[in-house]
Design a protein around this ligand. Structure first.
Ligand code: SF4
Length: 714
């Protein structure tokens, strides 16, 4: 190598949260890549949080799955790709032949690139003929998807990150933005520095780092968000803050929504009592919302992960529709997605109840449109099983083969011991992953080595609809392959045509063409990136981050939706949704008197397969904790720093007691990151109740009744 040449720098995108920060990686042989923020990326402007900045420390090959393995006589052995793929294709084909297409399933991940997701969805819905493909994004943002579809007619995030800087009031609901979307929070703080009139209201049962920096914190009782926003709706209506012209011309359903809200929530004092917040503070929030024309209401897992998550989303959107605060700079409801490509997965129909390109499984014309575009032999004609139901069907023996990609359901799903029993019984478990040892891998019959961040090539879409390239800057290690390649190879072996892609560019091109594929006016959708179809390979390689829709004949994106006030429902109007408040399904009681809340820590990501490699990230929280109020600790007979057991009706785990998380009395917080691979099994998923939202299928991760007791070694 000519050492006088500068080391090549590759522009790519962070693989962690939904902010989707731009990253540069400078690669020098023999050293770890130098990671920096990409100043040219519009989502982040060169910022990186501590996790993004530590990416270079996570790229070694320790613990990597480098070769295919298959199970033989109970033990795993190394195999060649051909043998492993034959085992997968043969197993899927046999089970489909014997039991039908709904006896097989894919369970994928918001870590996949859009191109992987597209092929997985086409394989299942178009060729296998079953919609049994769901994703771990079901666990984080499916309530927002359902709420968007009900209100707007399509899964659409109206605004952009710049709106947070332009707003007069930023309302953060169930979102520890400072820890979970850090560079976006930095943007808000910087805007506030320049314009002190910008106020931040945080609504969260915990006093998080975000709440510490907010102007007003409403520490609501867990699960009472709908009461709070129904109360806001009635307050705005009664005090003359409705935008009557907008409501009349652009919306429908206000009367029903108001009648429902009025039932329980017309008196702010009563609402404050139900939400367990100071009435003066609640009124201060209502007045601030009423007085600020430019309001952004951003919500995340505290809203979504609930048995009434979809209603919570719609209760928030209702307030923006009433005041006409949508589609213009500095205002709008905004769903903050957890994963790097939760949005991209939705674009290609990566959820069991969706079809590709924002088309609907229950619309026969759209089903036929997608089938004909794919030239597929069949098309799924009904929604498939959502994540929790999917593994329940595995346990019941209805699903007999499952292919799990880039996720660890034995740690992350609720009632995780049930998932263990399900995988133990399953005839064929295939796992594609970058890591050799995970809780889920222990149950695999076939292990397929996947490419990791820095090795794979494709696109992701962030929370503001911005499509960005993830680019490879490292060689594929061992025999690892892209997930889309493994899927295409299995499809080919099963006799399916339509999977002869040469590279990620070819898949993206097909995805972009499908988004613009229409056969009549009834198939018009806002999601359209056909302006990006027909790109040359070198233009795909050089693609700059761009926000969809990207209309035909244009390579420019769209910063905000609904500027023309035309929504995606057939009549062009947005819908108010009547949201009757409901308490969490399982109430605390004498046996289980505390409400368990789960979530992320600042410096870790999911099950720590990458962030766990960085000592400086591990320093922030070296072990899991059971965080509860000192008064509750006293009642439970446990002390800070000592081991305690937390038990629900579904399982138990042991960890050290802490008081640092700003927990209100009656609640417990346990982080989601630790797995059964550590000395003690610290999977909080084993405790979480498997109740889901009836509309979205998203689990109630934020409210499981538990008790905490001293840990006694038996
Ligand atoms: Fe990555 Fe999110 Fe941090 Fe940005 S804010 S560097 S996308 S983890």
């Amino acid at each position: 190598m000519d050492m006088s040449l500068p080391a090549p720098t590759v522009r790519t995108t962070c693989p962690y949260c939904g902010v989707g920060c731009g990253v540069t990686a400078t690669v020098k042989p023999g050293t770890i890549p130098i990671i920096a923020g990409d100043a040219r990326h519009a989502a982040s402007g060169g910022r990186l949080c501590v996790k993004g900045a530590a990416l270079g420390e996570t790229l070694d090959l320790d613990g990597r799955l480098l070769y295919p393995h298959i199970r033989e006589e109970g033990a795993m052995r190394r195999a060649g790709w051909d043998e492993a793929l034959e085992r997968v294709a043969g197993g899927f084909a046999r089970i489909i032949e014997e039991y039908g297409p709904d006896a097989v399933a894919l369970y994928v991940s918001g870590q996949l690139l859009t191109e992987d997701y597209y092929v997985a969805n086409k394989f299942m819905k178009g060729y296998v003929g079953s919609a049994n493909i769901d994703t771990n994004s079901r666990l984080c943002m499916s309530s927002s998807v359902a709420g968007h579809k009900r209100a707007f007619g399509e899964d659409l995030v109206p605004g952009c990150y710049e709106d947070f800087e332009l707003a007069d009031l930023v309302v953060l609901v169930g979102s520890n933005t400072a820890w979970c979307h850090p560079t976006l929070f930095q943007r808000i703080l910087k805007a506030k520095e320049a314009r002190p009139g910008l106020r931040i209201v945080a609504i969260d049962p915990r006093r998080t780092a975000t709440c510490e920096l907010a102007d007003l914190h409403l520490p609501i009782k867990p699960g009472t968000d709908v009461w709070l926003f129904n109360g806001l709706l009635t307050y705005l209506a009664r005090h003359g803050h409705a935008d009557a012209a907008f409501v009349q011309a652009q919306t429908e359903g206000l009367e029903g929504a108001l009648a429902t809200a009025d039932t329980d929530c017309s008196d702010p004092v009563q609402v404050a009592r139900i939400c367990r917040v100071d009435p003066g503070k609640l009124l201060a929030f209502y007045e601030a919302f009423a007085a600020s024309d430019k309001v952004v209401s951003a919500y995340s897992q505290g809203v979504n992960q609930s048995s009434s998550g979809t209603d919570k989303v719609n209760a928030i959107i209702n307030c923006h529709l009433l005041t006409g605060r949508i589609g213009r700079p500095g205002m709008g409801p905004f769903s903050l997605t957890g994963q790097p490509n939760a949005m991209g997965g939705r674009e290609v129909g990566g959820l069991a109840n969706m079809l590709a390109a924002h088309m609907d499984l229950d619309n026969p014309a759209q089903r036929e449109l997608v089938r004909s575009f794919w030239d597929a032999p069949r098309i799924a004609d009904k929604p498939g099983l959502k994540a929790v139901d999917l593994f329940r069907a595995v346990e019941e023996g209805k699903v007999k083969a499952v292919w799990i990609m880039a996720t660890n359901p034995l740690v992350s799903l609720p009632d995780a011991e049930k998932v263990r029993r399900a995988l133990d019984k399953c005839e064929l478990v295939v796992v594609s992953d970058i890591v050799a040892a995970t809780d889920t891998n222990d149950y695999a019959d076939v292990l397929l080595p996947a490419l990791g961040w820095g090795e794979k090539d494709g696109t992701v879409t962030n929370s503001e609809r911005r499509i960005s390239r993830q680019r490879a800057f490292l060689p594929a290690p061992g025999e690892a392959r892209a997930d889309w390649r493994a899927l295409c190879e299995v499809a080919r072996r099963m006799g399916f045509t339509g999977f002869g892609y040469e590279d990620a560019h070819a898949i993206f091109d097909e995805h972009a063409r499908l988004s613009g594929w229409r056969n009549d006016a009834h198939n018009r959708r806002v999601f359209d990136i056909s302006g990006l179809a027909g790109m040359h390979r070198k233009d795909y390689d050089a693609l700059e981050p761009v926000q969809w829709p990207v209309a035909p004949g244009s390579s420019e994106g769209t910063q905000r939706l609904f500027a023309d006030c035309r929504f995606a429902h057939a009549n062009g109007k947005a819908r108010f949704i009547a949201t009757a408040p409901r308490a969490p399904v399982h109430a605390v009681d004498e046996d289980f008197p505390l409400a368990l809340n789960t979530g992320r820590l600042r410096d870790q990501w999911h099950t720590m397969t990458r962030t766990g490699k960085s000592p400086r990230l591990a320093n922030h929280a070296p072990e899991p904790t059971i965080d509860l109020h000192p008064h509750d600790a006293l009642l439970c007979g446990v002390r800070e720093g000592e081991l305690a057991r937390v038990t629900s009706r579904w399982g138990a785990m042991v960890a050290r007691v802490a008081h640092g998380g700003g927990i209100a009395r009656g609640s417990v917080f346990v982080p989601i990151h630790w797995s059964g691979q550590t000395a003690s099994d610290a999977r909080v998923g084993a405790l979480v109740n498997p109740v889901v939202d009836p509309v979205s299928g998203e689990p109630e991760f934020k409210h499981t009744p538990v008790r905490v007791e001293p840990f006694v070694v038996e």
